[in-house]
Design a protein around this ligand. Structure first.
Ligand code: NAD
Length: 445
């Protein structure tokens, strides 16, 4: 099929290169000419494992990028909307979605053939039918269900594993306003045979995405709340508690041969310094606000956010066990991105942690394998410096704070071995064996 994708960020670009790899003809559209230029030169504007290879393999054959939305829509059969949907402090901000819908609608005015418009961005239930569809009709002067179809296809990829997630999806959720929309969507996804598909209406598809993210966020805040209680009670290590919990037959099925299936969901049942990223915080907040707007408050999810917003304080509390004041204290921060294998700093717990350290007078040097550049744009260059290696970040510091669970940080005990005196280590991800470090502090310990 011929597909145009509006918005060439993490989701749009990954979707574009993967659909091209699967044989579709893809045009990636963005308002940012720097991004489209880079893509057309075979340089991904974001860091994502395997993205560059796939981009280069398909570029000029089945994929190109442009800022010309109208031509892209006219030359394709399906248009996916993958623009950002930030939270504006009180509700989901649909400005980008609305602009994209109006622009697509205007382009559709001069198209005679049937076209399918699909929302891939995460939007609160009702948005596709009640916001996107009317804007498309208004701008195109055409009728949805007759001249064009409207669908909703949420994306479940995880940054850092995005290509793998897209190419081998765990599920495909297809929402549609009618059978024709669903049929066209099914054709688009027929290149993923054997994957479980949920075929439903647009609002349900929208809700599936929020429900999925809300569950993950809830599991993390639940683990953090338990961890904070373990610390307060003393003599209990939340890491052991969670290991014990995860051995429940409900969380890791015992197979007939005695081995266990260890589902990835257990990774969310683990205490740490909080969740971040471009999705979990904003999506949970948007769902809460949406619930309130229809008179259905969501106290459980509100608590999930409140716990998360406080969680980085656990790092500060542990530092203050060793330093009355952080003024002039040299601290090495390990990890800046919100999760490993990405350079994405959006809502990373590293931001409030570093800001608090700086506001208390600490001198901070940080190392992230790929997010250093993005971090400097957010955290400045004063008493905050980035380092080129783990060794540099832990040398000549009095404390080390581990924020992102990059695999490379597993080597911290060996890297610290030659250093004297030993800095205190605050393990914000509970990823280091506590007895392998002389002065160890962990969340929930
Ligand atoms: P992003 O900010 O990385 O990319 C959005 C892109 O859209 C930007 O490049 C921007 O320039 C472009 N854009 C905005 N308006 C445009 C317009 N009118 N025409 C053309 N381009 C336009 O965002 P993202 O992280 O890719 O997220 C996109 C959506 O997907 C969001 O709703 C997000 O919640 C959802 N989502 C994100 C992830 C993730 O891990 N990042 C995962 C699943 C779902």
């Amino acid at each position: 099929m011929k597909v145009s994708i509006i918005g060439t960020g993490y989701v749009g670009l990954v979707t574009g290169v993967c659909l091209a790899e699967k044989g579709h003809q893809v045009i990636c559209v963005d308002v940012d000419v720097e991004k489209t230029d880079k893509i057309n030169r075979g340089v991904p504007p974001i860091h994502e494992k395997g993205l560059e290879d796939l981009l280069r393999r398909n570029l000029g054959i089945r994929l190109n990028a442009t800022t010309d939305l109208e031509t892209a829509v006219l030359e394709t059969d399906v248009t996916l909307i993958a623009v950002g949907t930030p939270f504006d402090g009180s509700a989901i901000d649909l400005t980008y979605i609305q602009n994209a819908a109006s622009q697509i609608g205007t382009a559709l005015r001069s198209k005679s053939a049937y076209h399918l418009v699909v929302v891939k961005s995460t939007v609160v239930p009702g948005t596709t039918d009640r916001v996107v569809r009317p804007l498309l009709e208004e701008a195109s002067l055409k009728k949805a269900g007759v001249d064009f179809g409207v669908g909703m296809n949420p994306e479940f990829l995880t940054e850092g594993e995005a290509i793998q997630d897209f190419m081998c999806p765990d599920r495909i959720v297809l929402g549609g306003m009618d059978d024709a929309s669903l049929l066209a969507l099914e054709q688009l996804y027929s290149v993923f045979p054997g994957v479980d598909v949920v075929r439903t209406n647009n609002s349900t598809a929208e809700m599936i995405k929020y429900t999925s993210n809300a569950l993950l966020a809830t599991m993390i805040s639940f683990s953090n709340e338990i961890g904070n209680l373990c610390s307060a009670l003393g003599g209990i290590d939340v890491a052991d508690v969670m290991k014990g919990l995860q051995l429940s037959k409900y969380l890791s099925v015992v197979q007939p041969d005695g081995t266990r299936l260890k589902p990835d969901i257990n990774g969310f049942l683990w205490a740490g310094c909080g969740f971040g990223g471009s999705c979990l915080p904003k999506d949970v907040k948007a769902l809460i606000a949406h619930g309130e707007s229809v008179g259905r408050p969501m106290p459980l999810l509100k608590a999930v956010i409140e716990i998360n917003e406080e969680q980085h304080q656990q790092v500060l509390i542990r530092l203050h066990k060793h330093f009355d004041s952080l003024h002039g204290v040299h601290i090495g921060v390990l990890g800046l991105a919100f999760r490993p294998d990405t350079d994405d700093m959006r809502e990373s717990p590293a931001i409030p942690i570093v800001k608090e350290l700086l506001s208390r007078g600490a001198v901070v040097k940080a190392y992230d394998p790929i997010a250093n550049d993005n971090a400097r744009k957010i955290l400045g260059n004063g008493r905050f410096q980035t380092c080129d290696s783990l060794t540099q970040a832990i040398t000549d510091v009095e404390a080390v704070v581990l924020v992102t669970s990059w695999r490379e940080f597993k080597t911290l005990p060996e890297s610290l071995a030659g250093i004297n005196p030993q800095p205190v280590v605050i393990d914000g991800r509970r990823m280091i064996e506590k007895n392998s470090i002389a002065r160890y502090e962990g969340i929930g310990l």
